[in-house]
Design a protein around this ligand. Structure first.
Ligand code: URP
Ligand code: ZN
Ligand code: ZN
Ligand code: ZN
Length: 510
């Protein structure tokens, strides 16, 4: 089939291309349990022209309406993945999932919006932004952008302002790792934090000490450890703790909110817990790989098996995953991302003689909703309403797009999934929609399946068939000063008033 329904080249596995997408712009989802983060209720959901019009029991509608029966199923906001890297140029190669294939995969897994990271071009934010708008032009679902800050000067500082005030970016990522590439130092981090605060933009941090990682890598090579396990051994949880703690302290010093991306260890999680206990506004994002996997296979003698799991910070030893799940269930960590960054086995082989050259990254954009459902809800660790909160609503609130996104409410965008708790899912690279030939969750199965995905009122996933429309996705501008900034200025005023006026002193001995 040709566009607008689907492109045969999406994904390495079954594309599930289908015919007869409902052409109606009116939809009724009948008889389901509608779940929002604040409550669940039995209700129908009526959609017109991409927007939810009514959420009420027993809605009566005309016969030009496409009806979906959700009896016995959950009707929930589509997932928002706050952390992806589509078409990311990194470590001498480019992630294989572009905006179309990555988003098609997302939709097949019940995610209807993602926020990707713009990387500046030679330090230029404007050039980076334009480049990513071009990369994203065939989008089939809504997307937004964070932006990385990789150098500092007056131009960057001015461009941050333009990004926030004109381009709809309200978050900036600072990499404390990847020395010689994306890594920045503390001086830059401080400048960035101050600027973020003044703009009402959220500072995000990759918490690993890149100088120490560099040292750790040298040690491994000197010891003759060149395989994928060298990746894990060279960057232990200690270095994640150090950088996470440092970023938290500096954000506290500046008094601005901080978002820690891909929290992979108990160590980093504990630092976040401590800071939150003291009242600091710190958000912690675990990613699905960190929540459900462990590092056992990185020791596999087969390079192709082991290298699949290379990402940064590394997937940790068994035990960290369970602790991260617990932290998600009790509110120490707030929302789940993926860090979706798909490389295939040919790309992973760039590091066959040296783990430092294995492109860092794993996938998850299609798997996140199912794995969080199975690991957290089916196991009884969180409620169904909390599932909605950690996969959708909290991301919408943090990035200031709630309730347009992240809710099933009259007036919200019609980004909706129907999840059947009695059906099951199974994950395999043979059937996933990512272009990679690798799936780190290979063979996992579990209870709960996203049977229908609706993106802006369009049924894009039904009966295991994708019907995406390239170009139909919209760029979502995100405004600064989310709820995380409420009252921050009051804390500054009380801090300043707690200081005494300058002490008057003599210029010469009395
Ligand atoms: O290994 C990873 N995480 N790759 C993507 C880049 C990043 O650090 O988020
Ligand atoms: Zn097709
Ligand atoms: Zn990162
Ligand atoms: Zn990332």
């Amino acid at each position: 089939l040709k566009a607008p329904y689907c492109e045969a080249d999406i994904g390495s596995g079954e594309t599930g291309c289908g015919v007869s997408p409902p052409s109606s712009s009116k939809l009724l989802i009948k008889g389901g349990t509608v779940v929002n983060a604040h409550r669940q209720q039995s209700a129908d959901v009526y959609v017109e022209d991409g927007v939810i019009v009514a959420v009420e029991p027993n809605l009566k509608v005309g016969d030009d309406v496409y009806v979906l029966d959700a009896t016995g199923k959950y009707v929930m906001p589509g997932g928002i993945d706050p952390h992806t890297h589509l078409a990311f140029e990194f470590m001498g190669t480019e992630a294989v999932d572009d905006f179309l294939s990555g988003q098609a995969a997302a939709l097949a897994g019940g995610t209807t919006m993602h926020i990707d990271f713009v990387i500046p071009v030679n330090g230029s934010l404007t050039a980076g932004f334009e480049r990513y708008m071009e990369k994203a032009k065939d989008s089939c679902m809504d997307y937004g952008f964070h932006m990385a800050i990789t150098k500092w000067d007056d131009t960057v500082s001015r461009e941050m302002e333009i990004m926030v005030k004109e381009k709809g970016i309200n978050s900036f990522k600072f990499f404390l790792a990847y020395k010689g590439d994306l890594m920045i130092n503390d001086e830059l981090l401080l400048e960035g934090l101050k600027k973020c605060k003044s703009l009402g933009a959220l500072a995000m941090v990759h918490g690993e000490n890149g100088d120490a990682v560099f040292e750790g890598q040298k040690r491994m090579i000197e010891l003759g450890i060149t395989g994928p396990e060298g990746h894990s051994l060279s960057r232990p949880p200690l270095l994640e703790r150090e950088a996470t703690a440092r970023a938290i302290r500096l954000a506290g010093f500046v008094n601005t909110p901080l978002y820690v991306v891909h929290v992979m260890s108990i160590d980093a999680m504990e630092e976040i817990a401590e800071a939150r206990k003291s009242g600091q506004r710190v958000i912690g994002e675990p990613v699905v790989s960190g929540l459900v996997l462990d590092d056992s296979l990185i020791w596999d003698p087969d390079f192709f098996t082991a290298s699949k799991y290379v990402m940064s910070p590394p997937i940790r030893a068994s035990g960290h995953n369970k602790a991260l799940q617990a932290a998600l269930s009790n509110g120490i960590l707030q929302l789940v991302g993926t860090d979706h960054c798909g490389f295939n086995s040919t790309q992973k082989a760039l590091g066959i003689d040296d783990f430092r050259k294995i492109p860092n990254g794993v996938i998850g954009i299609e798997e996140r909703m199912h794995l969080v459902w199975d690991t957290m809800v089916v196991s009884g660790q969180i409620s169904v309403t909390d599932f909605v909160r950690v996969t959708s609503t909290e991301g919408a609130r943090i990035f200031n797009i709630y309730p347009e996104k992240g809710a099933i409410l009259a007036g919200s965008d019609a980004d909706i999934i129907i999840l059947n708790p009695n059906a099951s899912f199974e994950i395999s690279a043979r059937s996933h929609h990512s272009r990679t030939d690798i799936n780190v969750f290979e063979g996992r199965r579990g209870k709960g399946k996203v049977e229908v995905t609706i993106a802006r009122g369009r049924v894009v996933w039904e009966n295991d068939e994708l019907k995406v429309v390239p170009g139909s996705g919209k760029y979502i501008k995100m405004s600064p000063f989310s709820y995380l900034f409420g009252g921050i200025d009051k804390a500054d005023v009380s801090y300043l008033s707690s200081l005494n006026a300058p002490v008057k002193r003599n210029k010469s001995p009395a």
